[in-house]
Design a protein around this ligand. Structure first.
Ligand code: UDP
Length: 460
């Protein structure tokens, strides 16, 4: 088939680690099924994306988010507002130019750029959404903004919310973006996303049916979501391909894999808080104390912080911690997490419970200690402890910080004793389910094939 005969799709995402990577994974799946894929993202991370040889089969296009190159993009409000106005205009121009050459059957957008849905629909191109969080979160946002279920006053953290197919949720288990403590622009962004859903023809999810069956079924009559995951790099699912389907915003320190090679099976605690969360000094100190006291080996990712395009070292750990844990612990700035998680030396993961990390732990069969921060992470930590049951979550003090003793309690609970055995068994069951979810004939496989058939039908 020539490139012109192929079904063509355009994907739109911000170049954030946890946003663009699921898009890349979907892109690679679609390419393997004969679809031509272009990814449009903002100029900001062009240098990282273009220099990554792993993604050479994907065509990238860039548009400006409307902010100067050295603007501090951790200023979320300014970024969101600029994207809505300037980014949206620039994306529209890019799509106009691209459609002179390519006949796109569909634009696939990431939920956190709802303006892209409007742009695609205005240009007469059908729109699909890749929902990059748990289907449970899709259900919560939809029900909240459409007033489908009763949500009490969310100001009281002791209130409980009962939603279909979920355990009773404490207000603090809901996604932070809808809570009164969150800035209004985030609330508005999610509202705009739910409103834009009416214009979306297909909603695909990075999760998989077997772990969220009831939620997926409960959404079928409201706004169906079709899980096509787990969207992870193929090697995590035992495939021969060793390529990591991702763009790394920082250089991974591959030496940590050799370090893991030197450790016995199930002997290392892996610690990472993803690509956005910045820990306070007190949080870092408490984690350091817990790791030091545990006497267990650990690999800790302490990421450099992006400050206005330059990188500031975030590794402000107490010197005494390095002295006391010498030989037992390794601190790196970034790693290839999927490779770390499938390493036999890894016993458990102290995680912020970002959805990509959560899916990766499920696929790797690694038990989790959930230490969530914001957005969907607290809901994911609740899912991990109460629904998936492949981990535990820390309890926070009044100031939102987990004490060193609490982290130690979780480490003990997950490493030894009867609960540890149950959690490990459950993690292995979920790993099996994840591996089966991508076999031919599974729900995920059927869903992605149905999506492609629909695109082919539209082209012919
Ligand atoms: N990740 C990585 N190396 C690290 C830390 C994280 O490759 O040292 C990857 C991880 O595998 C995941 C992504 O970064 O795919 C983080 O996404 P997630 O949704 O878990 O969290 P976010 O960064 O969006 O908060």
């Amino acid at each position: 088939m020539t490139e012109d005969e192929k079904v063509k799709v355009l994907m739109v995402s911000l170049p954030l680690q946890g946003h663009i990577n699921p898009m890349l994974k979907l892109a690679k799946r679609l390419i393997s099924k004969g679809v031509h894929v272009t990814i449009a993202t903002t100029e900001y991370a062009r240098h990282r994306i273009e220099q990554d040889p792993q993604n050479s089969e994907i065509k990238f296009e860039f548009f400006s988010d409307g902010l100067a190159g050295d603007f501090d993009r951790s200023n979320n409000e300014a970024l969101i507002n600029s994207l809505k106005v300037e980014g949206s205009k620039n994306l529209s121009t890019l799509i106009t130019n691209l459609t002179k050459v390519h006949n796109y059957s569909c634009v696939i957008v990431n939920p956190f750029v709802p303006f892209a849905i409007e742009v695609a629909v205005d240009q007469g191109i059908p729109c699909a959404l890749l929902w990059i969080q748990a289907c449970a979160l899709y259900s919560i946002y939809y029900r909240y903004f459409k007033n489908i279920d009763f949500f009490p006053d969310l100001k009281d953290p002791n209130e409980k919310v009962q939603l279909p197919c979920l355990p009773k949720l404490e207000v603090r288990d809901l996604p932070s973006l809808i809570l009164p403590s969150s800035p209004h622009y985030f609330w508005l962004l999610m509202k705009e996303f739910v409103q834009a859903l009416d214009k979306v023809k297909w909603v695909l999810g990075t999760s998989f049916y077997e772990i969220e069956e009831e939620i997926v079924n409960s959404m079928a009559s409201l706004t169906p979501i079709y899980p096509i995951g787990p969207l992870v790099s193929p090697f995590m699912l035992g495939k021969k391909e060793t390529n990591v389907a991702s763009v790394d915003m920082w250089n991974a320190e591959d030496s940590c894999i050799e370090w893991l090679d030197s450790k016995p099976p199930s002997s290392v605690i892996y610690v990472s808080f993803g690509s956005i969360t910045v820990l306070s000094q007190k949080q870092k100190n408490n984690i350091a104390t817990a790791l030091k006291n545990s006497n267990i080996s650990f690999l800790w990712v302490v990421r450099p912080r992006d400050i206005g395009g330059s990188q500031e070292d975030g590794a402000e750990l107490p010197l005494e911690f390095f002295e006391k844990t010498k030989g037992r612990g390794l601190v790196v700035r970034w790693c290839q997490q999927e490779k770390v998680l499938i390493h036999p030396a890894v016993a458990c993961f102290i995680s912020h419970c970002g959805w990509n990390s959560t899916l990766e732990t499920v696929v790797a069969g690694v038990p989790v200690i959930g230490y969530p921060d914001w957005t969907d992470q607290r809901t994911n930590a609740m899912l991990i402890e109460h629904v998936f049951q492949n981990g535990v979550k820390v309890n926070f003090e009044e100031d939102g910080v987990a004490s060193a003793e609490e982290i130690e309690r979780c480490i003990n609970k997950i490493m030894e004793g009867p609960r540890a055995i149950e959690i490990r068994k459950r993690a292995m069951e979920m790993k099996d389910a994840a591996n089966k979810a991508l076999l031919e004939g599974s729900t995920s496989d059927k869903n992605i094939n149905l999506f492609i058939s629909d695109l082919i039908a539209k082209k012919t």
